[in-house]
Design a protein around this ligand. Sequence first.
Ligand code: RNT
Ligand code: ZN
Length: 424
Amino acid sequence: MAISEKLVNAGFEYAKEVYAAKGVDVEAAMAKAADTTISLHCWQGDDVNGCEGDSEGASNGIATTGNYPGKARNADELRADLDFVMPMIPGKSKLNLHASYAELHGKKIDRDAYTIEQFQGWVDWAKEKKIGLDFNPTYFSHPYVEDGFTLASRNEKHRKFWIEHGKRCREIGEEFGKQLGIPCVINHWMPDGYKDFQEDSVTPRKLMLDSLDEIFAAKDIPTTYVKDAIESKLFGLGVEAYTVVSGEFALAYALTRGKLVCTDAGHFHPTEQISQKISAIMQFMPEMLLHVSRPMRWDSDHVVALDDELQNIMNEIVKGGYEKRVNIALDFFDASINRCAAWVIGTRNSQKALLKAFLCPTDEIKKAEAEQDYTSRLALQEEAKTLPFTAVWDMYCLRQGAPVGDEWLKQVKQYEKDVQFKRG
Ligand code: RNT
Ligand code: ZN
């Protein structure tokens, strides 16, 4: 049974008082959550397939598992799915596009020659929705990813091709920023690396460094339009031994070049958590980018669940006061369940964790910590976990026009029957 507005109101009144007793203003928390952007990745909708036409699916380090029916087959279907999904998610969104979502309209254009023309459909759509666009060069799923190398390839022709692709993507991102009035975060992730132990770890890193420098030197773009980021990775599928853009490489590159570092939740050693890295990185850099994902035993990109690490990530952002400096983006893809549901589940979870972080009575806990009263710290941290967060979340959804509780699931079931299952 649907939760009535009356019930939501009653719960909210109770929660408001409980939080007020802890010194937390629920209205202020909701306003802050509503003002924090989470970038929704387009690639959950079609298994990172892209719209270039001849794609045989994601490859070169990216793999999606599952074959749930109803995948979006082109940009129009993907936008239709996003139109359907976005109203079910409260809070502020952006859309994160990959270059492989270019609309070629039958023309033969390769990635080194893309212009805004191939993305104008997306820009017009974003304009209508009044949201920003983020962007990613696609250094994978292409025949020129020779033996797993792109910007660090020893094949000059291929390396040049990828450098040109990087340059084009920044020009396109600049247009996104200009046309939409919201800066475009451009994330560079390169799959480059070896399956087995390298003999020479130096040459690929030198090539990578030169290639990145060449891409960024081509054009000075103000950060009001473009913010460039570099994503690190410990290992990938088929790249188990050596990754060119490792954690150290990405961090040092970003720091010395005035770029953002992108930390993905699945790109570190399994016992390392990105929540623990945020405040360390933020001591040295004005901004960073997060890829919020859920690794299961490896970089599996499961749909983000409301688990401890997600909460820790949002807590670290909020408690550090970094919500305008940490760019939050999602990066998961599951083809074994309804893809729209996957979007809704993962994004609503991220919004929940964000709101819950803003509702945490952190001042009181920080005070106990500063006084070395670790008994109180643990007691208060644990009590904070069961404050009536859900009542505020329900009200937040109601006010934002998003479904309360699991009401959205019915809509997804109807949509798959009416739209998704009719796709060939
Ligand atoms: C891959 C990286 C990268 C991609 C997306 C599609 O391991 O996480 O961010 O998932 O660009
Ligand atoms: Zn990522």
